[in-house]
Design a protein around this ligand. Structure first.
Ligand code: NAD
Length: 477
C-alpha cells in the first residue's frame, strides 16, 4: 500500500479509501494507492502555495536548476528499479520502459540546465523611462497526465514548471500512479523543498476534476482524451486560468512514389506498434501514392506480420493495452472495420505463453481503407494501421488534413521541394521529413493544432508556457 506525497509528507486519503493498481500483462492487482479527492487536492494546492511563499519561492534560478539536474541524476541512478516499476504498471516491454525512464531523466537535465538561461528584455519607450520585461512563475501549476507514458509525461510537464519556479500538483492516471510516487521520493532526497512538487493519487472524476476546478491554481496542463480535455478547459475557464491541452491524434505517414522504401518501412511499422499504438503521436494512417501503393503496402505488411506482442519480460515489439476498457475499444474498431468489409492485409501475433488475464490485442493492418471509415478518421489508440491511397500532391494534402486532429505528420519523398511544400500545407504541430519521432525529442516543441489541443510543451517554448511576464516601467528622469 502506497501513500500520496503532499507538502513533503506521505499520507493516505482522509476517508482511507484506496484504488488497486493492476498489471495489464496479467490483469492482477499488485499494489494499492490512496483514492484522494477534493480534500487531498485542497491540501496539495495549499502546500504548493506555501512553498511559493516560503523557501522554494526564494531559491535562485541557478539553484533551482541544480536541484532539477540532481533529480535527473537520481532517476538515472535508479533506472533499473524505475523501469521495472513502469513496465509492471503499464505492461510495456522492459526496453521501452527503460527508454521512458531515460527520457524522464533527460527532461530534468534539459530543464534544469535551462532554468537560469531564461532572460528578460528591455523595451525602448518614452524619454526618461527604462522599461524591462521580466519572466515570473505562474504560481501553482496543476498537471493531469494519462497512463500511456506516465514517467515521460511527468518529466515533460513537471520539469519545466519547476524550472520556472512554479510549485506543481500532479494527478497521475489512476491506472499508473507508481513512477510519480517514486520520483517524488527521489526529488525530495535530491533537495527539492517540501510543497514544490505534490502528487495526489485518485480517480479522474474525483481528484482530477477537483484539481482542474480548484480556485487556488494558476495553470493547468492536461494530456488525455478530448472528452476530458473539454471538461478541464471548462473548469479552467471558470477560474480564468490558462490551460495547455494535449489531446488525441490521427497522424498521417504521407508516402510519395520516390520514397526510400528500405528506410521508411521499419519506421512506419514502429510508429504504430510502439507502446501498442497507445501513443497520441502514433502514425495511424498510412497514405501512399497510388502508383506504388500496392508494392509499398506489401513491404509494410511483410514487416507488420513479424510484430510480436508479449509481457514486459519477453521484451518484444509491444505489450498489452492498458485496461479492459481500452481492449474493448480497440476490438470494437477492429470488429467494426471487418464488419464493414475492409480487408485485413497483415496481423502481428501475440506470443505463446502470455498470461490469459492480460489485455492483449492483435496488431492489425487494414487496407485499402475508405476515407470515411471510422478507422480512417477516429483515434483508435491501439496497434491498428489504416492504409489508403492518394493520387498526387494536392490529394495527399487533402487526405492528410481530412481529420479533426492535427498533432504530427510525416512526409516521405526524395524530392526536397515537395517535402517542404507538403510539410508547410499539413496542419500539425510537428512534421517529420523522411523520419518519424513518435513521442521523441525533449528539445522539440510539441503540441496540437485543431482538435489535438493547444499550447506547446517540450523544448524551450515550454518555459514560456509555464511562466508569465511582468513589464517594469521605471521613470528615472
Ligand atoms: P482520460 O482523458 O480519461 O484520462 C487522462 C487523465 O485525466 C487521467 O489522469 C484521468 O484520471 C484524468 N481525468 C479523467 N476524468 C477527469 C475529469 N473529469 N476531470 C479531470 N481529470 C480527469 O484518458 P484515458 O482514459 O486515460 O485515455 C483514453 C484516451 O485519451 C485515449 O483513447 C486517447 O485518445 C487519449 N490520450 C491522449 C494522449 C495524448 O498524449 N495526447 C495520451 C493518453 C491518452
Amino acid at each position: 500500500m502506497k501513500q500520496m506525497y503532499i507538502g513533503g509528507r506521505w499520507i493516505g486519503a482522509r476517508d482511507e479509501r484506496t484504488i488497486p493498481v493492476v498489471s495489464p500483462a496479467d490483469g492482477e492487482a499488485f499494489e494499492r494507492v490512496p483514492r484522494g479527492g477534493a480534500h487531498e487536492v485542497d491540501l496539495a494546492v495549499a502546500a504548493a502555495r506555501a512553498a511559493l511563499d516560503g523557501p522554494w519561492g526564494r531559491v535562485t534560478a541557478t539553484e533551482r536548476g541544480r536541484v532539477l539536474v540532481r533529480i535527473g541524476e537520481a532517476v538515472l541512478a535508479n533506472e533499473d528499479e524505475l523501469a521495472r516499476l513502469e513496465a509492471r504498471d503499464t505492461g510495456k516491454p522492459m526496453a521501452t520502459a527503460r527508454n521512458d525512464i531515460r527520457v524522464l531523466a533527460r527532461y530534468f537535465e534539459f530543464y534544469g540546465t535551462a532554468a537560469d538561461k531564461v532572460h528578460g528584455e528591455t523595451i525602448p519607450f518614452l524619454a526618461g523611462h527604462q522599461v524591462s520585461l521580466v519572466r515570473e512563475p505562474l504560481g501553482v501549476t496543476a498537471h493531469i497526465i494519462p497512463w500511456n507514458y506516465p514517467a515521460q509525461m511527468l518529466g515533460r510537464t513537471v520539469a519545466p514548471a519547476l524550472a520556472m519556479g512554479n510549485a506543481a500538483v500532479l494527478k497521475p492516471a489512476e491506472d499508473t500512479p507508481l513512477s510519480a510516487l517514486r520520483v517524488a521520493e527521489l526529488a525530495a532526497a535530491a533537495g527539492l523543498p517540501e510543497g514544490a512538487f505534490n502528487v495526489v493519487t485518485g480517480l479522474g472524476e474525483e481528484a482530477g476534476a477537483a484539481l482542474a476546478a480548484h480556485p487556488g491554481i494558476d495553470f493547468v496542463s492536461f494530456t488525455g482524451s478530448n472528452e476530458v480535455g473539454t471538461l478541464v478547459q471548462q473548469a479552467a475557464a471558470k477560474n480564468a486560468v490558462k490551460c495547455v491541452l494535449e489531446l488525441g491524434g490521427k497522424s498521417p505517414q504521407i508516402v510519395f512514389d520516390d520514397v526510400d522504401v528500405e528506410r521508411a518501412v521499419p519506421i512506419v511499422v514502429r510508429a504504430i506498434v510502439q507502446n501498442a499504438g497507445q501513443t497520441c503521436t502514433a502514425g495511424s494512417r498510412l497514405l501512399v501514392q497510388r502508383s506504388i501503393h500496392d508494392a509499398f503496402v506489401a513491404r509494410v505488411a511483410e514487416a507488420f506480420a513479424k510484430v510480436r506482442v508479449g509481457t514486459p519480460e519477453m521484451d518484444l515489439d509491444c505489450g498489452p493495452v492498458m485496461n479492459p476498457a481500452q481492449q474493448r475499444r480497440v476490438q470494437r474498431y477492429v470488429d467494426g472495420a471487418k464488419a464493414a468489409g475492409i480487408p485485413v492485409i497483415a496481423q502481428g501475433r501475440i506470443a505463446d505463453g502470455v498470461p490469459p488475464g492480460g489485455y492483449w490485442v492483435t496488431p492489425t493492418l487494414f487496407g485499402p481503407v475508405p476515407r470515411d471509415a471510422a478507422i480512417a478518421r477516429e483515434e483508435v489508440f491501439g496497434p491498428v494501421l489504416a492504409a489508403m491511397s492518394f493520387e498526387d500532391e494536392a490529394d495527399a494534402i487533402r487526405l492528410a488534413n481530412g481529420t479533426d486532429y492535427g498533432l504530427l505528420a510525416a512526409v516521405w519523398t526524395g524530392n526536397s521541394g515537395r517535402l517542404h511544400r507538403v510539410a508547410k500545407a499539413v496542419r500539425a504541430g510537428q512534421v517529420f521529413m523522411n523520419c518519424y519521432g513518435a513521442g521523441g525529442g525533449v528539445e522539440l516543441p510539441f503540441g496540437g493544432t485543431k482538435r489535438s489541443g493547444h499550447g506547446r510543451e517540450k523544448g524551450l517554448l515550454a518555459l514560456e508556457e509555464l511562466s508569465t511576464t511582468k513589464t517594469l516601467v521605471h521613470w528615472h528622469g
